[in-house]
Ligand binder design. Structure first.
Ligand SMILES: [Zn+2]
Ligand SMILES: [Zn+2]
Length: 249
C-alpha cells in the first residue's frame, strides 16, 4: 500500500486555474483527464458556438474542458471539474458544462458507494470455489480491495474489461441474465427495468502471463445487502465508462 508521502498532493497553477495534483504521476486517478490544449487566439476570430466576432468589447474565453474558444455568453458556466483536479469550478462551454454536471453525480454519490464497498461472492480465475468478500475502491481510486479470508488488490489500470450482468425485471418476461458489454448501449439504472446482478472483470495480474478473470456475484443473504450490491455494481459501471474515456483521451 502507498505510504502517506507517496499519496501527497501539491498545488499547481495552470492558465485554467489552480489544480491539486498528486506529487507522483503514478498516483494520479485512473479517472483523470488531461487539460486540453487551448485553441490559439489567432485561429479563432469568432465564437466557435454563436460565431460572434471577437473584438475589444466581445472578449474570448477558453472552455477549460475542451479548450475551444467562445464568447462570454456561450462559455459563462463555472462547473466543478474534478477529473482535471481543479480546486474551484472552472469556466466551460454549454456542452462541456452538461457533461461535467453529469460527472458531478459520480463524484458526489457513486464514488462514495464504491469506496464504502459491498459484499460479493468472488470467484477468481477458473476456480470452482467462491469466497465471500467485501469489495471496495481504494481512497486514491487506483485499486479494488477485496477482503475476506484472503486479501486481493486489483489495480484499476490493469483492468482490461468490465462486464456487468443484468437481470431483466420486466413483469411477464423471463429473467435472462446476460453480460452486457461495457460499451454496449444498455443502461443500468436503479429501479429501472434492469438491475445489475453481477460483474465479470478481466485484468492483468502482476507477473501473470495472460488475463485473470474475476467474477462478482451479489451476496444475497438479505434484500438490503442485495440492493447495496446492485448499487455498487451500477456505480462500477459508471466508473468503467469514465475509465475507458480517460484511456481514450
Ligand atoms: Zn458565443
Ligand atoms: Zn467545452
Amino acid at each position: 500500500m502507498a505510504s502517506a508521502p507517496r499519496d501527497a498532493k501539491k498545488l499547481v497553477r495552470s492558465p485554467s486555474g489552480l489544480r491539486m495534483v498528486p506529487q507522483h504521476q503514478d498516483c494520479s486517478s485512473p479517472f483523470g483527464l488531461e487539460e486540453p490544449q487551448w485553441v490559439p487566439d489567432k485561429e479563432c476570430p469568432r465564437c466557435m458556438q454563436c460565431e460572434t466576432k471577437f473584438d475589444f468589447i466581445t472578449r474570448k474565453h477558453h472552455c477549460r474542458r475542451c479548450g475551444k474558444c467562445f464568447c462570454d455568453r456561450c462559455c459563462s458556466k463555472k462547473v466543478a471539474l474534478p477529473r482535471m483536479c481543479f480546486v474551484d469550478p472552472v469556466r466551460q462551454c454549454a456542452d462541456c458544462a452538461l457533461v461535467s454536471q453529469k460527472e458531478a453525480e459520480f463524484y458526489d454519490k457513486q464514488l462514495k458507494v464504491l469506496t464504502n464497498g459491498a459484499t460479493f461472492f468472488v470467484t477468481l480465475g477458473t476456480s470452482e470455489k467462491s469466497e465471500v468478500m467485501v469489495c471496495r475502491l481504494s481512497n486514491n481510486q487506483r485499486s479494488l480491495f477485496l477482503d475476506g479470508d484472503h486479501h486481493y488488490e486489483i489495480e484499476i489500470a490493469q483492468i482490461s474489461t468490465v462486464q456487468i450482468l443484468t437481470e431483466g425485471l420486466t413483469p411477464g418476461e423471463k429473467d435472462i441474465p446476460t453480460y452486457t458489454s461495457l460499451l454496449g448501449s444498455q443502461h443500468i439504472t436503479e429501479g429501472g427495468n434492469s438491475r445489475a446482478s453481477g460483474m465479470l472483470l478481466q485484468y492483468k495480474a502482476p507477473g501473470a502471463e495472460g488475463m485473470t478473470q474475476v467474477r462478482f456475484t451479489p451476496h444475497d443473504d438479505s434484500n438490503s445487502t442485495k440492493k447495496l450490491s446492485a448499487t455498487w455494481l451500477a456505480a462500477m459501471y459508471k466508473a468503467a465508462k469514465l475509465l475507458y474515456e480517460s484511456r481514450d483521451q
